[in-house]
Design a binder for this molecule. Structure first.
Ligand SMILES: Nc1nc2c(c(=O)[nH]1)N[C@H]1C(S)=C(S)[C@@H](COP(=O)(O)OP(=O)(O)OC[C@H]3O[C@@H](n4cnc5c(N)ncnc54)[C@H](O)[C@@H]3O)O[C@H]1N2
Ligand code: MOO
Length: 517
């Protein structure tokens, strides 16, 4: 997505994006100012979620100001809504929440949430503490989205023989040429050497006969009534060094053996992500299987008695949005989702599920806050798990957590609000999985913001954006409980505390749809 221009053609992508933006653009201004806003029905212009968000920000302002401002911090353990941290959280060592920056604790006395960039770093480091499973060999058709465990080394020269780049004639020496009766096609054995003044009909990809000097394209040659071949080059191509007769340049349209690589050359480094193009390259270079890091095994535990798995929401019950969303997203991030289990709000079932899981990573959804049926913290405490991250200075999603449940197992607790869960996925699960899968971290990049976007007073905000003409356009419907913005988004913009002004460069987190399968 880096450096991307306006997407697609005017009739398809463009129109879709226009329509989507008309309802979700949050930039406060567009390419054609006012158009999208005026196109919105009145009730959408009122934007109840904006109101909610403003309220949330206003509340955050009130809630988060510490004693220095003469107000209390209700999130302080014992007085606020957040769960008291267990001792593991305080003594978390290098990776623990205690590693939060001094600046942050100045703003939030007694509050141990981890700053957003640090939370990502902790998750990446946590992966390094786990002994990697051994690489495995997989057939090419099972390798998409995995990571090379070793370098991709050419098993052969490419091309592996001198080959014709065009349909036409292989010729030797200057023309005119006598044309041999039998031509040569791709896949045929090597033809006999050409004599000077001789030509042979040849197809693209066919082997070049020894002593060929050039290939003359079929549209650049004509045969006379005696069957002799003459070059009929367009003036721009024909050199005239022989006194008036255009000639074909030496080596023209021949791909020499080893032009792309020689056997033993490194084509890609270890850690490269296997894309469709890499599969093609590997096949061309002679591979049937690839040595890859196995996908980390992930189990998803969906918590909440209020969740339906089919039909419209009814009687205060809602549809489970995370059960369908997380597995393909986790797979796109390199995981193998071994199970998705719906556990309701049953503390015992959660304890049993986590303690008996053999997965490398357990992802829970919901139950991270301090409500009466929020069982994630108590379960981790009961297990003696080590909390590495217990709350993050990010909106949405601040109750997210990361725990080491065993030497070789981590648990990522995603908040139940669906966009908060996405935030947790990209903040904690993505760096952890990147480490476990051996993927190289994508280069950070920024784009200028179109319009402005408000920020949280102290916390980072992750805001769904679409990318238009190399600008990040913030989208509406970005409240913690909403998926409408992210469903139309290309990326999440990282909005620093205090918000961002028009034109301000913002870091973007790409969405990994390109790897989904
Ligand atoms: N007193 C306080 N209450 C809450 C706070 C707080 O600081 N003090 N934080 C709020 C924030 S922010 C978030 S985010 C949520 C996190 O809560 P939980 O992780 O405990 O999640 P739940 O309470 O189980 O659910 C929250 C919300 O999301 C809905 N949900 C849950 N699972 C799903 C799903 N699979 N698909 C769709 N929607 C789901 C659930 O019904 C709730 O509406 O806590 C706030 N509360
Ligand atoms: O702000 Mo919560 O963290 O709704 O997602």
């Amino acid at each position: 997505m880096r450096g991307r221009g306006v997407r697609g053609g005017p009739d398809t992508d463009e129109r879709y994006v226009e329509e989507a933006l008309a309802v979700v653009d949050d930039s406060g201004g567009r390419g054609r100012p006012g158009e999208a806003r005026s196109a919105r029905p009145a009730e959408q212009r009122h934007d109840p979620e904006q109101h909610d968000r403003d309220l949330e920000e206003a509340l955050a302002l009130v809630r988060d100001l510490g004693p220095r401002d003469g107000r209390s911090d209700p999130r302080t353990p014992g007085t606020g809504p957040r769960t008291p941290r267990h001792s593991g959280a305080r003594d978390g060592g290098q990776d623990g929440p205690a590693a939060s920056s001094a600046a942050s604790s100045e703003h939030h006395p007694g509050h141990q949430a981890t700053p957003w960039p640090e939370a990502r770093a902790v998750a990446a480091r946590a992966a390094r503490s786990v002994r990697r499973r051994d690489p495995i060999d997989v057939p090419l058709d099972a390798a998409l989205g995995l990571v090379l465990a070793g370098p991709l080394t050419a098993l052969t020269d490419l091309p592996s023989f001198n080959t014709s780049a065009m349909d036409g004639w292989a010729v030797a020496g200057p023309g005119p040429w006598d044309v041999r009766e039998e031509g040569v096609l791709a896949g045929h054995t090597e033809p006999a050497p050409l004599e000077d003044g001789e030509a042979l009909r040849i197809a693209t990809g066919a082997r070049i006969p020894p002593d060929t000097t050039a290939v003359l394209r079929s549209e650049h040659g004509r045969t006379d009534d005696k069957g002799r071949l003459h070059a009929a080059l367009p003036p721009a191509l024909g050199s005239d060094r022989t006194g008036g007769t255009p000639t074909v340049a030496h080596g023209q349209d021949i791909r020499p053996r080893g032009q792309e690589c020689h056997a033993g050359d490194q084509l890609l480094p270890p850690g490269a992500l296997i894309t469709p193009a890499v599969l093609g390259l590997a096949a061309a270079a002679g591979y049937d299987t690839l040595s890859v890091w196995p996908r980390p095994r992930v189990e998803v535990l969906v918590l909440g008695d209020e969740l339906l798995t089919e039909g419209p929401p009814r009687d205060g019950l809602i549809r489970d949005a995370l059960g369908p969303m997380l597995p393909p997203w986790l797979r796109a991030l390199g995981a193998e989702v071994v199970a998705v289990r719906r556990l309701g709000d049953d503390a015992e079932a959660l304890h049993r599920a986590v303690t008996s899981s053999t997965a490398d990573m357990v992802v829970t959804t919901g139950g991270t806050a301090g409500g009466p049926v929020d069982h994630v913290h108590p379960t981790l405490r009961r297990m003696g798990a080590e909390l590495l991250v217990d709350g993050v200075e990010v909106r949405p999603g601040h109750p997210m957590l990361l725990a080491r449940t065993r030497d070789d197992q981590h648990l990522v607790g995603l908040p139940g609000n669906p966009l908060a869960a996405v935030s947790g996925l990209l903040t904690l699960a993505e760096p952890l999985l990147r480490g476990l899968t051996g993927r190289v971290a994508p280069e950070q990049y920024t784009l200028p913001l179109k319009g402005s976007t408000h920020g949280h007073p102290y916390d980072t905000r992750l805001v769904p954006v679409t990318v238009r003409a190399d600008h990040a356009v913030p989208l509406h419907y970005n409240g913690p409980a909403m998926l409408r913005g992210i469903a139309a988004a290309d990326a999440l913009a990282v909005v620093p505390p205090g918000g961002a002004q028009p034109g301000q460069e913002l870091e973007l987190l790409d969405l990994p749809w390109v790897w989904a399968q």
